[in-house]
Design a protein around this ligand. Sequence first.
Ligand SMILES: C[S@@+](CC[C@H](N)C(=O)[O-])C[C@H]1O[C@@H](n2cnc3c(N)ncnc32)[C@H](O)[C@@H]1O
Length: 311
Amino acid sequence: MNDNYLNKIINDDCLNHLSNLEESSIDLFLSDIPYGICLDDWDVLHNNTNSALLGTSPAQNGKNGFKRRGKPINGWSSADRNIGKEYQEWVQKWSDMVFPIMKEGAFQFVFGARRTIHRVVNAFENSGFLLKDILAWKKPSAHHRAQKFTNILRNRGLEEELEVWNGWRLGNLAPIYEPIAWFFKPYKITITDNILKHGVGAINTEECKINGSNPTNLLEFGFSKNENKLHEAQKPLELIEFLIKLTTRENQIVLDPFIGSGTTALAAKRLKRNFIGFEINEGYCNTAIERVDDKAAFPHFYELEKEHILF
Ligand SMILES: C[S@@+](CC[C@H](N)C(=O)[O-])C[C@H]1O[C@@H](n2cnc3c(N)ncnc32)[C@H](O)[C@@H]1O
């Protein structure tokens, strides 16, 4: 059953395929799923048709930055308040399909947004997974837009308010981290027996030392200089490699149903793990396939291939 999918990235909605995968066959689920924050068309996972979402209102015309960020949330529209609920229902649909195909004791890493990760946690727990931790990926930098309140007051001609509000802004603190929810599938025997039986559930900290020290749950990784930006939500290869190395052994299977530009597949391949990937967008899917097939990215693999050691 998994043979049709192993080490392939399929261009389709993963919901059409996840239940075709073999029961209790996946060693690690690692996915940077759509966050449900309207970053782009593929991230709109609700039925709210408010034109300001995704920037189609006249006021947003021609303003690319604002367009992508959607409209501010004021909490008064019931349709807005339903966004989270509908996002959770979407996650639930596929997390229910993921549960049976994971090995007992296997881990799941799910990237999410600070505002919507609790929906993912609820859905995963409803499916039967247990939350182990929420890791923080600390990014090297963060886009930060917090408008000076005095600029708005000045535009409105409210000069007398300027002094009172001097120093105040509208917005958030710089969003420097992203949460990664870390789950496991419950197991029926002792953890040691389960690790010995299924080969999953332990962490290889020795392989994952950071500057000689054991890693913590604050993960600081950035993009390397030669890493091309291929997807607006791309994650650093080094971060994904870290999570795979931490929790899997060679030849085990890593599943990423929302693979984007293929970072998970690339990391898995470099680490001699198997991967199964899905990507609904044809362009991203082609990018991912090209990236994984690129021999230049695999000097080590290429050498082995030349020597007929691998494949
Ligand atoms: C956050 S991005 C992943 C980016 C990836 N981590 C990378 O490094 O390039 C999520 C991806 O999921 C894809 N996607 C959304 N819904 C999907 C579905 N139902 N099935 C498969 N892929 C889907 C989107 O097209 C998008 O490329």
